[in-house]
Design a protein around this ligand. Structure first.
Ligand SMILES: *[C@@H]1O[C@H](CO)[C@@H](O)[C@H](O)[C@H]1NC(C)=O
Length: 373
């Protein structure tokens, strides 16, 4: 077992243990939920014990979350196993649902679908009641990782049997999965049935359907759906609009992009750097360099700082339209223009210069780049 230093430290803490039995063996479910009180003199050791267990559980959960964020899934698994072993031996119960959810979520994110199923079974065997987060983790695994919607529906039914009802997160996850799999009609059907069940959709429930339409080139339907969202009091947000703008750009419908941007203030959303990057990228693909450069100005006037990606869009655009001297000029003024010129930006222009055989230019940029560190 290779614990991180902090995990090891956590487990090195004096664990509360029952005085009678400290064995590694799992105890049957009927075992007491609290460690046996020691026959020591100062009274309520029982409550103190219980608090110690709760603290340990909480600290381990925090640590497992940190490990999961860092991508150390094996360590999450090991730490959980150790925690469960101590719990089984000392308290005769399994760790709580929050710890299980952390483990399940880490496994799910790592795509370890089989293990997710196993852990869920074990959780049931130990009588740990799942909550709606557990359900959502399982549904996500089936819908995203395995595109196995039957399994996802099964889990929902199984959970309902345990008194856990799906929430907006459950439905949104399923709808996203269905849309990714190109099953738009089914996604719509699910949206309708969730409303029937009295569960209100949110922006992120609708947006995957908008995206699904856009991907199929059904932009008109996407826009109608967005109108519908406004009508039901769940207006599209910047993420939804970015999806629409990308689709409009893919079809070179730039007038409509302009209109969408003009309407943004009355519709109550604000374009971001992603919005403008999407737009500029679309314009550049159509060779509309000057229009793209104009959007760069618009974006800056809006107080939005271009990112490294913005610069790379612009430089690629200039290079592909034989405006290499403009590209060099942008690169040279990048610091003054508050554009972040990284290695990628320099590489873009240098490789174009190489293609053209303009070696002195390449060398000059190389020197600039090194000078800038
Ligand atoms: C279910 O578990 C999650 C953590 O995994 C927690 O954030 C949430 O509060 C729990 N819900 C209930 C109702 O206990």
């Amino acid at each position: 077992m290779a614990f991180s230093a902090s995990a090891a430290a956590l487990l090195a803490l004096p664990f509360p243990s029952s005085s009678s039995d400290d064995s590694d063996e799992f105890k049957p479910l009927s075992a007491p939920t609290v460690p046996e009180p020691v026959p020591a003199s100062p009274p309520p050791p029982q409550q103190r014990r219980q608090r110690q267990w709760l603290n340990l559980e909480r600290d381990c959960n925090v640590e497992m979350k940190a490990l999961a964020r860092a991508g150390d899934v094996d360590e999450v698994v090991d730490l959980f196993a150790e925690l469960r072993r101590r719990f089984a031996a000392g308290a005769g119960v399994a760790p709580n649902v929050l710890c299980y959810n952390t483990l399940l979520s880490a496994l799910a994110d790592a795509g370890r679908v089989q293990e997710v199923g196993g852990v869920f079974e074990e959780m049931r065997e130990w009588g740990v009641a799942p909550n709606v987060s557990t359900l959502n983790i399982l549904v996500k695994v089936h819908a995203f990782r395995a595109s196995n919607f039957e399994a996802a529906y099964d889990v929902i039914r199984q959970m309902q049997g345990l008194g856990v009802e799906p929430d907006v997160g459950t439905y949104s996850t399923l709808i996203t999965g269905l849309c990714r799999a190109g099953r738009l009609d089914e996604a719509w059907g699910l949206l309708e049935s969730m409303v029937e069940e009295g569960c209100l959709p949110m922006v992120h429930t609708y947006t995957p359907i908008v995206q699904g339409y856009c991907r199929e080139g059904r932009i008109h339907e996407a826009m109608e759906l967005m109108d519908g969202m406004e009508r039901v009091g769940c207006p599209p947000n910047v993420v939804t609009y970015n999806v629409l703008i990308r689709a409009l750009c893919d079809h070179a419908r730039f007038d409509e992009v302009e209109q969408v941007l003009v309407d943004s203030s009355t519709k109550g959303w604000k374009p971001t750097v992603v919005t403008y990057n999407t737009y500029m990228h679309g314009l550049c693909k159509e060779g509309m360099v000057n229009e793209a450069l104009k959007q760069l100005d618009v974006m800056r006037a809006e107080g939005l700082d271009p990112t490294a990606f913005t610069l790379s869009i612009i430089l690629n655009c200039l290079c592909h339209n034989s405006m290499i001297s403009e590209a060099i000029s942008y690169l040279e003024r990048s610091t003054a223009l508050n554009l972040c010129a990284g290695v990628v930006a320099y590489n873009t222009v240098m490789s174009r210069l190489c293609d053209m055989g303009r070696w002195p230019g390449v060398l000059k940029l190389m020197t600039d780049m090194i000078k800038k560190g």
